[in-house]
Structure formats: structure tokens, C-alpha cells
Design a protein around this ligand. Sequence first.
Ligand code: SF4
Length: 240
Amino acid sequence: MIMGDICTRRCPFCDVAHGRPNILDPNEPKHLAETVKNLNLKYVVITSVDRDDLKDGGAQHFADCIREIRQTSPETLIEILVPDFRGRADIALKILSQNPPDVFNHNIETVPRLYKAMRPGADYKHSLDLLKKFKHYCSEIPTKCGLMVGLGEVEAEVIVLLNDLKDYQVDYVTIGQYLQPSKSHAPIHRFVTLQEFKHYQTHGERLAFKNIWSAPLVRSSYFADRQYHGEAVPSPYMSE
Ligand code: SF4
């Protein structure tokens, strides 16, 4: 995770600290690239806190990280899991298109009805637009999107959400059970049954996403390399 550990948003399901972030570390891209090289990573997922305090939302910092990793580890595949860049999406996407990743991931998190409560400061349609607009700049690069279930949505809403992701040309999808980080976070509304997870999986396959993983322990970047390479949800953790 880059750009510090203090987020300018306050999503009630998330355990990241919020408040006023520190200034960016200009050496972070170099240090990150060194770490990727030292660990000999073949696939890396870079994510960040939301940085509403920055004019470009932190896009240039993401791009700098990608550029540095490409220089030191040219074989490494890079996925970025980005914030919504709300209010600055065009600037951010233009910057990222100069140093694009191999996968562009942005999590929609939940259904639109729960946005006000679960994603204050965010907007469902804006997140969809961000995913589609990225394709406008980099049509060959796949997009990816994740959501949690068990937050209060109903099955029919998730099906509509999946249809929306398809309409907005998303390639990879992850669906997992929400777990409450602490008692002060949003409560778990329900534990979704395996049957329901399978329904989402089947529906996603029918929609012909490049790949969809729907199972309780699936997370946005869990086994991201395997999903990218088209593998099925790893067992035994993800199925009956
Ligand atoms: S924007 Fe992301 S990091 Fe920030 S609180 Fe929400 S989920 Fe957590």
C-alpha cells in the first residue's frame, strides 16, 4: 500500500486509519521497485489509501511506482487497485495512461442502495465510469472490480450490479464475504450461503467476464496472479 496509511475517506467497513495524510514520500517509488526486485515478485498488486488532498488523487505517484518497477523488474506484472479519483478522474487516467499497469482494478465494494452508508464520499456511477473510461485510454488493458456481500444487499441487487459491470466492460470480478474488522465497524448483516456465491459465479460466467471468482474468502487481490492467468477459484478454501 502506497501513499501512507491514513485515508481521507471514512468507509465504515474498512480498518484503515483516517484523517489528514502525511506528505508523499518522493522516494517511495524507488524503494517499492527495490522491494519488488529483492523479493523477485512475478506479479505485484499496488494499492493506496484515498488521497482527496492531492490534485491528481495520487495518480502521478502510482505512475511513478509503475515506471520504477518496469525499469528494475521488466518481467513483473503490475496490477493497481486504485481509489475512485473522484473529481479528478480524467486527470488521473491521463497520467496513468502514460505509464499503464497490466491490470486496472477499482473496487465498487457494494450495491448502490448502500453507498451512502458504506461508501461516504463515493458514487456508484462514478466508479463504473472510472472503470470504463480507463478502457478509453488503454483499450487493451483489462479492468477488474471487487465487491463484498453480507453488508445488507439482497441477491437481486448483486445480479444487477454484475450486469452493470459487464455493461461497463469490466474483465475480472471478485466477490467475497464481508467480515467485520472490529465491533466499531459496520456489522455483518448475514453470512452468504455457498449456494448464493455459486449463483453469482454462474451468472458471471453466463455474462462471459474474462474471469469471475465468487466465494466466501475471495478478496480483491487474493491470488491475483492466478485469476489473471485464468485459473478457477483455488480450493479447498473457496468451495465446499
Ligand atoms: S477509501 Fe479505501 S482505504 Fe479509505 S476508508 Fe474507504 S475502503 Fe478504506
